[in-house]
Each structure stands twice: as structure tokens, then as C-alpha cells.
Ligand binder design. Structure first.
Ligand code: ZN
Ligand code: FE
Length: 258
């Protein structure tokens, strides 16, 4: 079994470390800051084998240059985002072979938060940056609502037991919105209790799973009658399609102070 560790950065970013079983080869996902990653690598005696980036925002790529100086470490990242530190641009359907870890990750194109945002999926793990958060989703900075809705749909179609590693610890505040949309969702109410308990001990709420997200995340539940009804009440009009429901939910959350 390979191991996945988190490194905290800034207010609420997670930088994920995938570590080989019994070895020290390590891949780092979305290093927004170099220092805490260097500290973790040194403390645990790990060898940096590769860096993977999901999108171009500084809190996900800002530490890349500091980590690779003087080392021939490949840096994978979306071909369509012009990240200057990327040495191995990736596109939909491509793969990233982490030979030292014995893991191959598949590249999924999931635009919406940014135009070229990608996810990495394999070995039962999904690294999805700022597209899917637990109980929420990323803001639409560059893409359209239709793109984001489709991207989230693709992630929802992955196997239910897929472990979901997101770029930020937003779960607790996302759940306040999720419960405004679905106040009676028993899965969401139960999840909130465990999330509050974890956060009280300063523990991460991630990874989540696709199955859990499908039961609590309103942005993955645009086809459920309850979510649609709540979104229609917010929008004061009928919302015939899943994309319409998604667009209303996203607007609602953008102005939500829970
Ligand atoms: Zn971002
Ligand atoms: Fe971010």
C-alpha cells in the first residue's frame, strides 16, 4: 500500500504527498509553498520523484520552483495553462507513471474553476485540486457553469470508493451551505457531526470518497428533487436541467454567509 500524507500551507491549503510502500520515493501534488514540503521531505527522509499540478493558481504552483532548483524532477501540469515551471504538460487521457512508486495516474480534463484544470486519478485515489471540495465545489473563475457541471459529473462517475483528495479544507463551511440546501439530508447531518469532531481536534476531513460526496454534496446532487426544489426557490423560477440547478446553486453559494 502506498501512503498519502498531507502538508498544510497558507490558511487552508493541503499539499498531498504520495509515498511509495516501504521506500522513500515521493510525488507531491500542488505545492503552493516549498518550505513546508521541504521540511516534511527532510523530516521523513523522502526523495522527491515528481511534482503534479492541477491548475495555475499560485496557492497550487507557487512552491514548484523552490522544490526543483538543482534537481532533475519532472513537473507535470495542464498543457493548457502555460505554467512556466511545468516540464511535462499533460492532456485529457494522458498518464503520469510514477515508477518509483509503482503508480500510474490518469489525467482527467475538468475545466471550470480554471480553463485548463486537470485531475489525477489512479490506484483508488483522485487528486482534484479546486474543482471538487468535500460538500462543495470550486468557484468559477475562468470556465462556464456548463463546463463545471460536466466536470463534476465526470468525477461523480468514478467508483464510489475512490478516495478524494481536495486542495483545501473547506468542509465545515461547505456543510453549512449544504444544510441550507438540504436541511433534512440525514447523510449530511451525520457527516457534519463527524466533521465538527475532526476539526475540533484540528484533524483534516479529507480524503472524502465519491460515494460520500454523492450523498452530501449539493453540487453533485443537482438531479435530486430536494436540491432542485431548493434551487428553484432561490432562483424564483423553474430550473429544467441539471446545469440550470447547478448554476443557481453556485450563485446562491457565492452570496451565502452561513
Ligand atoms: Zn485555485
Ligand atoms: Fe486553491
Amino acid at each position: 500500500m502506498i501512503d498519502v500524507l498531507h502538508v498544510r500551507a497558507f490558511e487552508d491549503n493541503y499539499i498531498w504527498l504520495i509515498i511509495s510502500d516501504g521506500g522513500n520515493a515521493t510525488a507531491v501534488i500542488d505545492p503552493g509553498d516549498a518550505a513546508p514540503v521541504q521540511e516534511a521531505l527532510a523530516r521523513l527522509g523522502l526523495r522527491l520523484e515528481a511534482i503534479l499540478c492541477t491548475h495555475h493558481h499560485g496557492d497550487h504552483v507557487g512552491g514548484v520552483a523552490g522544490l526543483v532548483t538543482g534537481k532533475p524532477v519532472p513537473v507535470y501540469g495542464p498543457a493548457r495553462e502555460g505554467i512556466h515551471t511545468v516540464t511535462h504538460p499533460v492532456v485529457e487521457g494522458g498518464t503520469v507513471s510514477l515508477t518509483g512508486l509503482g503508480v500510474t495516474l490518469r489525467v482527467l480534463d475538468i475545466p471550470g474553476h480554471t480553463r485548463g484544470h486537470v485531475a489525477y486519478y489512479g490506484a483508488g485515489m483522485l487528486f482534484c485540486g479546486d474543482t471538487l471540495f468535500s460538500a462543495g465545489c470550486g468557484r468559477l473563475f475562468e470556465g462556464t457553469t456548463a463546463q463545471m457541471h460536466h466536470s463534476l459529473q465526470r468525477l461523480a462517475d468514478l467508483p464510489g470508493d475512490t478516495r478524494v483528495y481536495c486542495g483545501h479544507e473547506y468542509t465545515e463551511s461547505n456543510l453549512r451551505f449544504a444544510l441550507a440546501v438540504e436541511p433534512d439530508n440525514a447523510a449530511t447531518l451525520g457527516y457534519r457531526n463527524s466533521v465538527i469532531a475532526l476539526r475540533r481536534r484540528d484533524r483534516p476531513t479529507l480524503p472524502s470518497t465519491i460515494a460520500l460526496e454523492k450523498s452530501v454534496n449539493p453540487f453533485l446532487r443537482c438531479d435530486s428533487a430536494g436540491v432542485r426544489g431548493a434551487a428553484e426557490q432561490f432562483a424564483h423560477k423553474p430550473l429544467p436541467s441539471g446545469v440550470d440547478v447547478f448554476a443557481a446553486l453556485r450563485r446562491w453559494k457565492d452570496g451565502f454567509n452561513g
